[in-house]
Design a protein around this ligand. Structure first.
Ligand SMILES: [Zn+2]
Length: 507
């Protein structure tokens, strides 16, 4: 019997918001190494590794490194991880490489960390070792990434309920390529625009574009995947926009026109990508007037930790303290100093202190008085389904009960509040509350399903794109810029060609 194929796997997961003034250093990352990372994987990495394992592939796990979305990653830390991976590839000499990457990781020196990583990997392994990656659909997917991967695909749903499936597909395609049953060829098409809203894939224009993509794939047997990347709006790079990729088995002359057609649909439908957010007063009026729908879970769009904002807003806290005396709720505020002060005061102590606004430019802090109800190290495990089973760290966390009705979770680090466990792990009971605030725009609807009524609110902060609010030096896209009707063309990606041009320039 021949030796089983050996596939090297790793996970490097970060969505980097360049507007967050705090760089993301090693301390924010949870890094695990070796076989431990196969014990309880989640998402793309779970699908990838379990499918490879079930097929009898020998898996070489290197590391899993991830942090909640936040500011640009410290470049030296990124380089250390990159070099660790390259060294492992050099010594193991795998038959293929399978990675979970977010796809929108920027460092303090480059907006395209994944492109840099994949190019470096390709230079080490050459053109013949397949590299397959599974990405978030909000990846900032670049030419450099596509030119250096054999398989580069995204999950298809927002909120991301199909990440495991995405990982399974990466594994299946890699195995097919290793066994000589697949010659992956990718074409892409790019539209210079962002989606101001309507980013949910279950309804509206995105649902229609995805349905069309499924129709095309069903009609064309050579097509193995169509991925639709909706960009990460807080990156600033030469090409930032919608990207459609079509991966086929061998070259198929039809795929280019299908990619262009799908990318064009974004432009044609652009005016329909609008959000339907409530203003802060509309939100709390709704909660006050709808007791039958309580508890509500509020997506605080401006301060979305899931888009890399710091989570230090006091806007909703102040609104409810000043204008809605009856409402009971819970919310997180990133404030390491206040969390430490409350923890040191101890359970049962009543303290007065300013909270919040330590990171986001333009935010103001709020003076509150409250009783310390709970103190912890802030570690918890997410209920899921999104990130389900994953460990999360909020840092030292203290719950302050304010006005006997508002539970303010002061956290040492930005909290993953898109999951109920962020609150229940701190002793709170959702059904005793009128609302909880989640610093997420979409994924919280999955994780709170059946437990609270979701609603989105238009709040200030760096987690929500508003035309004209942020400075873009390199990107040019609708609606931020005045873009004439674009000529959308297909681009062919050849692994070998990318490598050849790289070798020529490095010579
Ligand atoms: Zn995403």
């Amino acid at each position: 019997m021949s030796e089983p194929y050996c596939v090297l796997v790793a996970r490097l997961y970060h969505e980097s918001n360049r507007l967050n003034p705090e760089p993301t250093g090693e301390a924010r990352f949870l890094v695990e190494r070796g076989r431990d990372i196969l014990q309880s994987p989640s998402g793309v990495f779970k699908g990838l590794t379990e499918t490879l394992g079930a097929a009898g592939i020998k898996i070489e796990p290197i590391f899993s490194a991830g942090a909640p979305p936040s500011g640009l990653v410290n470049h030296d830390f990124y380089l250390r991880l990159r070099d660790e991976l390259l060294d492992a590839v050099r010594s193991i000499k795998p038959d293929a490489i399978g990675l979970e990457l977010h796809g929108a990781m920027g460092t303090t020196e480059t907006p395209d960390a994944e492109g840099d990583l994949l190019e470096a990997l390709r230079l080490v392994v050459g053109p013949d070792v397949p590299i397959g990656i599974g990405l978030d659909l909000h990846a900032h997917v670049t030419r450099r990434m596509l030119d250096n991967t054999d398989i580069c695909i995204a999950c298809k749903e927002n909120p991301h309920s199909d990440t495991i499936k995405c990982g399974q597909k990466v594994a299946e395609l890699l195995i097919a390529q290793l066994e000589g049953r697949l010659t992956p060829v990718t074409v892409s098409a790019f539209t210079p625009m962002t989606l101001p809203g309507a980013c949910d894939t279950a309804s509206g224009p995105l649902a229609e574009i995805h349905a069309k993509a499924r129709d095309y794939a069903a009609l064309c047997p050579s097509i193995k995947d169509i991925s639709i990347f909706n960009a990460f709006r807080f990156v600033d790079d030469d090409e930032m926009g919608q990207v459609v990729t079509v991966l086929s088995d061998g070259r198929d002359t039809k795929t280019a026109s299908l990619a262009v057609d799908l990318a064009n649909r974004f432009w044609i439908e652009r005016e329909r990508f609008k959000d339907d957010l409530l203003a802060v007063d509309e939100l709390f009026d709704l909660i006050r007037n709808s007791p039958e729908k309580r508890p509500f879970v509020i997506g605080d769009m401006g301060d979305r930790v899931l888009a890399g904002a710091p989570g230090d807003s006091t806007v909703l806290l102040s609104a409810v303290l000043d204008h809605y005396p009856g409402l009971r709720g819970a919310l997180t505020i990133t404030d390491p100093a206040a969390a430490a002060r409350a923890a040191e005061a101890g359970m049962g102590a009543t303290i007065t202190l300013p909270v919040g606004a330590g990171f986001t430019p333009g935010f103001t802090s709020r003076l509150i008085t409250g009783r310390v109800d709970h103190v912890s190290d802030g570690d918890f495990v997410l209920d899921g389904p999104f990130h389900g089973g994953e460990r999360s760290v909020m840092g030292r966390t203290a719950v302050l009960r304010v006005d006997n009705r508002l539970h303010v979770l002061l956290t040492g680090k930005p909290a993953y509040s898109h999951d109920p466990a962020a609150f229940t792990s701190q002793g709170l009971v959702l059904k005793d509350l009128d609302f909880v605030v989640s610093k997420s725009g979409y994924h919280f609807t999955l994780n709170f399903a059946g437990r609270a009524t979701p609603v989105l609110v238009n709040t200030p902060g760096i987690g929500y794109y508003r035309k004209g609010e942020f400075k873009y030096e390199k990107s040019r896209f609708w609606p931020e810029h005045n873009i004439p009707a674009p000529t959308i063309a297909a681009r062919q990606h050849y692994v070998g060609a990318a490598l050849k041009s790289m070798r020529e320039t490095s010579e």
